[in-house]
Design a protein around this ligand. Sequence first.
Ligand SMILES: Nc1ncnc2c1ncn2[C@@H]1O[C@H](COP(=O)(O)OP(=O)(O)OP(=O)(O)O)[C@@H](O)[C@H]1O
Ligand SMILES: [Mg+2]
Length: 530
Amino acid sequence: MASSKTVCWEPTGLPYDVPPKWKKSKKSSGPHSGGEGEVTKICLNANEKMTAVIKVYTYDTRTRKMRAYREITALKTLKDLTNVSHLYSADTNIVTNVPDNLSDTLKDNYATFWAIMTNIEGVTLKEFVTKRYKHPQGFSLLDALTLTEKLLYIVKTIHAMGVVHRDLKPDNIMITYQNYGDPIEKAEIFVIDFGLAYIKTQENIDIDWSEYDRTDDVVTELGDSLGNRWYRVPQLDKHDIIKMTAKEKNDLFHVIRRSSTIDASSICAIFFWMLTQIVPQTNRDKDTNLAPHQRESANIKKKIDQTISNITGLSNAESQMLAKRLQLYLMTTFDKGFEFADRQWTIEQLNYRLQLIRNTLESLKTASSLLETLEDVSDALIKLGDTASSAVPSPYEIRSPLDKAASAFVFAKTRFIENHQRGYKWTDGGCQWSDDVNHMVERKHYDTLTYYLLNQNWSIIVCFTANVNETGQSVFLSIGSIVHGLYIGIPIGEYATNSNSLDKSDIYTNFERELKNLIHLICKRKASTR
Ligand SMILES: Nc1ncnc2c1ncn2[C@@H]1O[C@H](COP(=O)(O)OP(=O)(O)OP(=O)(O)O)[C@@H](O)[C@H]1O
Ligand SMILES: [Mg+2]
């Protein structure tokens, strides 16, 4: 790897502006070099037991500088999270020479960037899984599932802080553990390398991400960095931008390339790799057009059979049925994981899918006799009651046009109940958009409206829809319902999304009128199909 022309090295082997109290650690296994720099173990001159790592961002192109800047910004944002890499904090000296703001970062006169980070005493996920496969303990489906769940949990927390990693792969995940033979539950996962991260909280503050993403080099950057390596998620595929409409470009730069589904897709690919040890690379093979799991279905089946053969007390028929179910669950998990960009798992959806697989595996372990009956589960649901879940906005979220539309709908729903004391009820008074990414700028929410009249009542499911226009400057609201297979939709109106123009009382008047119209049409439809 060529070093930057501006780098100045001390005889210690560290860049000249690193505080002199640091030196390379003798235990250093040599620099780990990835795409953007070199990571070397260092220690204090005064106390060799005090170790850290230094990441030197060897290239000094704009793109590389941006990566350094993004990584440092992400690490500062995530400083309170465990299980991610951290800037070395037990230190009053500087721990990085990456400037605090973007314009200084991009100036020419800066030397090679570096950052000192806490040493994670472990190995990469790549090394861990590879070694574990060779160990007598082996690496089972349950092991893969457990590590995937742990990873997903950490990534979910990272997302909640407004950061999307965008480069998750076995080299960028570290594992700490005692012995290779230990149960997998004991292994801890750390997410590292935030050089490609998208940081939501930086929007409107000091980085104009939209401008940055518009420049050509990010296209090359994301394409290059993920292109021929471990796995390129379809959301980061290269596009022929010249042929795209304004709306398509807007979706690509502002939604798809920043989507947290990117990390969900990578987690799915990592899960696949842990089961098969096959590097997925892309979601479709150039020649056969097959997805990685379709090429490896026999391997996946073998893994399932191994798992089932370790369970005692199952009849042949039971084993076969459970193998079939697991096969179906896993293959459809990867069907979606290796889908097109706009049909990917969200983190939450993937989380539930992993739970389904775990529940199935655990029911296997204990044999089917302990499976809960449908009535058991239904009883549990009754006990939970109708919880009107109101979306609690994350302090890191910027209020998007869709957030504003949601709160306008919540307002209208609440006001409707207040104004009609005779007996209406929503099952879910809130408005949480369905976690469906098929439409990048359209979201739906469903709620049941019930009307009570003495001993009688009727219920309808109302679908609330918000559509944001191309520029994000207005949102179109509508309501609707499906009656005997026909969707009846009614527009409420188009509202500007800036300042207070999504005026709630105006929406309410229209909402009530259109709800009445909707019920009237439902009534007609029902009468006509009797
Ligand atoms: N905090 C850390 N503690 C211990 N080892 C680390 C740490 N950070 C990185 N490493 C090691 O260094 C390797 C490279 O680090 P990192 O992924 O951050 O940089 P990179 O690969 O050069 O960047 P990129 O993958 O974006 O090109 C890792 O795979 C890991 O082996
Ligand atoms: Mg890396």
